[in-house]
Design a protein around this ligand. Structure first.
Ligand SMILES: [Mg+2]
Length: 218
């Protein structure tokens, strides 16, 4: 159990942390390639090869997370395609009771995501998690991804928090590393971001296997 008395501010990532990453993995690795293949008269295998190469070039940048960038680049409506498989958007186990507990505690709790505003609204509409949060922040509004130091400087200037009493939970080691360099003291990773992929082997950061470990269950 965390020492909650040492923590004032909780920063929570969305995809793979609060929400099952299965939706995103299925969308980018299967559904989008299928639609791209159909629209361009390609086999699925060729479409996947072409798209995966393009994805690899943008990984970790703001473009990688940008719905408008991919809609323009691939000449298709990414959000309309996401809506087609939006039944796969769902919370990870015990997220709702964890957020409910947090919202009733004295901690300030923010969602801080690299997801594009349009993906964010689709996911908030589907899950309602914003009801538990003090505020929701999107790295696109700070013109830098969470993997960069610029993001953390701009975000803290906009919304002050004390590094020493802040907890970040995020399934991305690159983001946790960036937050660590910035000086955020309490950092937790996620053991199984995608329910359809086996849990990850232990990495540099302590990983949460289930949110029930983090708070006293009612
Ligand atoms: Mg994530």
């Amino acid at each position: 159990m965390l020492k909650w008395d040492d923590i004032e501010t909780v920063l929570l990532d969305m995809d793979g942390t609060l929400l099952d990453l299965h939706f995103d993995n299925h969308f980018w690795l299967e559904h989008l390639p299928l639609k791209f293949a159909q629209l361009n008269g390609l086999t699925l295998a060729v479409a996947k090869t072409q798209l995966y190469e393009r994805f690899a070039k943008e990984r970790g940048t703001l473009n990688w997370y940008c719905v408008d960038f991919w809609s323009d680049t691939l000449k298709l409506d990414v959000i309309a395609l996401k809506e087609e498989v939006s039944h796969l958007i769902g919370l990870r186990p015990n997220v709702a009771p964890f957020l409910d507990w947090l919202s009733k505690s004295s901690h300030t709790c923010y969602l801080v995501t690299n997801a594009h505003q349009k993906s964010l609204s689709l996911k908030l509409k589907k899950t309602g998690i914003d009801q538990y949060l003090d505020d929701v922040f999107c790295s696109h509004d700070f013109k830098a991804p969470k993997e960069s130091q610029e993001f953390w400087f701009r975000f803290q200037k906009h919304t002050p928090f004390n590094n020493r009493s802040t907890l970040l939970i995020d399934d991305s080691d690159a983001v946790l590393k960036s937050a660590q360099v910035f000086g955020i003291k309490h950092l937790l990773s996620i053991e199984q971001p995608d329910s359809h992929i086996s849990p990850r082997v232990a990495g540099e950061f302590t990983a949460v296997s289930c949110y029930s470990q983090l708070f006293p269950l009612p």
